[in-house]
Design a binder for this molecule. Structure first.
Ligand code: ADP
Ligand code: MG
Length: 700
């Protein structure tokens, strides 16, 4: 540090304030102490005023801040106020003092740094005692004991009568300050290839508490300190970092770290006009996975997403698309989901079981975060993925708490937590890409698919698209798939050999030839930038032709359900899904208008999804009841009929209806054996029939 005396440094700050912050200080004086208690200064200003002073501020923040605050107290003010407890809070450090959280090292100790990240956890704001006034119960004298961090300090003896109490803390005479602890975690967009995000805990005090919520992207400046690991008895030589926070600001940009250069922009625009754009996009998603062209196209649309609409009445329609893949095990679902992290500008990939105590949504938790047993609010995956995409594998395994919060998260795109005095609403403006296995492990062809999804119908209906993936043998497909997987592996073998066994003399051209088939068409880094660029710059609206195509498709589908007895085919939710999807399709081309082609592209997808999920397996009709209410109409009829049938047969026999007779009669009314057996099992499970003796049935 420059060899300047204390008073010289105070003078320097006074001069700096006069030159740069005169009006800010006068404003502070007017607002102090109720509305404003801090003077925020920009480090760049300080650097312009005196580079040495600015560098010293980084190297020895604690002392320099004290001098700056002293200068503030001495500042000549036109009105008579004392800025006794006002803070000087510095902002906007140079890039060089802004490490990634994972890069923080011992040399950074006690210096000033700026970190960027997302608030993952925050305690509620609680008063912390700074100076405790102990009142002697015998003589009434107040003994003031400053409380630094650590244990609560009590007086040894009364400063008046010198006896040892008893004492009572006089709260009115003590000094309290608001305090809060935050945990800031590296942003998802800063992480590549499934790295585990690192976190830094930050203690903040007074006027900057209570300003951020879990899920906010922030930039925090503070002094790095060390805290010993282990407990009182068993101290460890290893320490943890934490930060004494000086300033915490919410970062408003949608995507940090996305340096889209002029050159990138040119390439993006050129690509957007190229032939076969949609095919190229599809070929850029999880190229090692064979097939699934429609699923991959939908994932692309999801990445680009529809337009979020603000309605004149103040309400809002989400533009984010939710999509679910349900299917047999070993069909490549997890692989496709995991790939999203490579190309989404912001993605969080996790499993339904959740990896933190907050799970998928959010939770108020009481643990050792914070002093004592304080409640804190923790953000789960859907909050951490705000303005991005949450890829959640094994969605069917999510915890019961998440199930109930999930509805709100998907439709309103926020999560409310109300527990233990914490009332908070967290933003979860993300798209959900979920994968799940069928309830019984594999799909059962006799059951409507919706019955086999272990998610409640109200939740299922919030997905814009549901794909079912069944693993049925098909010779041609199997051959192609085998060829693809073997090629992928062979390309990998060649690359490994070249790296590990140089003597093998594997030529680059041979590798290139093999990898061509499994390389993404568009480089992942470029695609990420492309998507970010489109989401920032492109907000398309529908042409009349596109609106007409969607309207016609919808009306036509609904018309299929007009006979008296027919199930309602589709609900209006699907209509919104169609709009969102076609907007996304226009965005892929960076177009400001949604054309008929876009509408037709997505109608094709929706039609095939509906066929997969919504077609009643018995009548072949679309049946939105299956998707939206859980049981199809013909299935309800069938169950009713079978029970009736058992009831009829029961009357003819004293010991209940024999199972073989029931099966025989069921066959006569068009229900084959295995189907009937299955239904009987279900009636038994529901308690509608029981077995008084082996192989006979009674209705209840
Ligand atoms: P799931 O999550 O559906 O159970 P996984 O994603 O774990 O399945 O896939 C299991 C394995 O099978 C992976 O190694 C994957 O590469 C391979 N696989 C499955 N389907 C395909 C496919 N269509 N193309 C290439 N590989 C596949
Ligand atoms: Mg899986």
């Amino acid at each position: 540090m420059a060899q300047a005396g204390n008073s010289e440094l105070v003078d320097s700050f006074e001069q700096f304030f006069r030159n740069y912050y005169d009006s800010e200080i006068k404003q502070l004086a007017q607002q102090y102490p109720n509305e404003q208690r801090s003077l925020h200064i920009n480090w760049q200003d300080l650097y312009r005023f005196d580079p040495d002073l600015a560098d010293d501020f980084i190297a020895q923040p604690e002392q320099l801040q004290r001098y700056a605050e002293e200068a503030l107290r001495l500042y000549d003010l036109p009105i008579d106020v004392s800025l006794g407890q006002a803070h000087v809070r510095i902002r906007n450090l140079p890039e060089t003092e802004s490490p990634e959280i994972r890069e923080i090292r011992a040399r950074d100790m006690n210096s000033l740094v700026q970190v960027h990240g997302i608030v993952r956890k925050a305690t509620d704001v609680r008063p912390k005692i700074e100076e405790a006034a102990f009142e002697c119960q015998l003589c009434g004298t107040l003994s003031r004991i400053p409380q630094s961090s650590g244990d609560f300090q009590e007086p040894h003896e009364c400063q008046g009568c010198e006896r040892q109490g008893p004492f009572r803390v006089n709260f009115d005479q003590s000094e309290f300050i608001d305090s809060q602890k935050l945990r800031v975690q590296e942003s998802p967009e800063g992480l590549r290839g499934g790295e585990t995000p690192q976190a830094l805990d930050i203690n903040i005090e007074d006027d900057i508490t209570g300003e951020v919520t879990p899920g906010d992207h922030v930039s925090a400046i503070g002094v790095l300190r060390l805290e010993q690991q282990g407990d009182q008895q068993d101290k460890s030589p290893v320490f943890d970092f934490y930060m004494e926070g000086i300033s915490v600001e919410v970062d408003e940009e949608q995507f940090e770290d996305m340096n889209i250069t002029g050159e990138d922009k040119e390439e993006i625009v050129r690509l957007s006009g190229s032939d076969g754009l949609y095919e190229k996009m599809v070929a850029s998603i999880a190229p090692s996975i064979y097939g699934y062209d429609q699923e991959k196209l939908s994932m692309i649309l999801q990445l680009f997403s529809g337009v979020t609409k603000q309605l004149p009445d103040g309400s809002r329609i989400r533009g984010d698309l939710h999509m679910l893949l349900i299917g047999d095990p070993g069909t490549g679902k997890s692989q496709m989901l995991a790939y999203i992290e490579n190309i989404a500008p912001r993605a969080v990939y996790t499993s339904g079981k959740g990896s933190s105590s907050a799970g998928l949504t959010a939770a108020a938790v009481r643990d050792d975060f914070g002093d004592g047993q304080q409640w804190s609010l923790e953000a789960g995956a859907l909050v951490l993925a705000d303005r991005g995409i949450a890829a959640i594998d094994e969605l069917d395994k999510m915890r019961p708490e998440d199930r109930s919060a999930m509805h709100e998260a998907l439709e309103q795109q926020k999560i409310s937590v109300s527990k233990a005095g914490i009332n908070a609403t967290l933003k979860s403006r993300c798209s959900l890409l979920g994968a799940a296995n069928p309830k019984y492990g594999r799909f059962d062809q006799y059951e409507p698919i919706s019955e086999q999804i272990d998610l409640e119908p109200a939740l299922i209906s919030r997905f814009d698209l549901i794909f079912t993936v069944t693993d049925t043998p098909d010779e041609e497909k199997d051959r192609n798939l085998a060829e693809h997987i073997i090629t992928t592996n062979y390309a990998g073998e060649l690359t490994t050999q070249r790296e590990e066994m140089p003597s093998m003399d594997v030529s680059q051209s041979e590798i290139d030839e093999m990898t061509e088939q499994v390389d993404p068409e568009i480089d992942a880094e470029l695609l990420r930038k492309y998507i970010a660029y489109a989401k920032q710059n492109c907000h398309p609206r529908m042409t009349e032709e596109a609106r007409e195509a969607i309207r016609d498709f919808y009306v036509d589908l609904r018309a299929k359900g007009t006979d008296d007895d027919a199930p309602v085919p589709v609900t209006a939710r699907k209509l919104e899904a169609l709009v969102r999807l076609s907007e996304a399709s226009a965005r892929v081309r960076l177009s400001d208008t949604v054309e008929r082609d876009d509408a037709e592209r997505v109608i094709e997808i929706v039609r095939s999804c509906l066929q997969d999920i919504g077609v009643d397996p018995e009548t072949g009709e679309f049946d939105a009841d299956i998707v939206e209410a859980g049981t199809s109409k013909s299935q309800r009829d069938r169950i009713k009929n079978l029970k009736q049938l058992i009831g009829d047969i029961e009357e003819e026999y004293d010991d209940g209806a024999p199972v073989d007779i029931v099966l025989e009669r069921a066959e006569e009314i068009g229900m084959d054996h295995s189907k009937a057996e299955h239904e009987i099992d279900k009636l038994k499970q529901k308690g509608e029939v029981y077995e008084p003796s082996t192989d006979s049935l009674r209705t209840t």
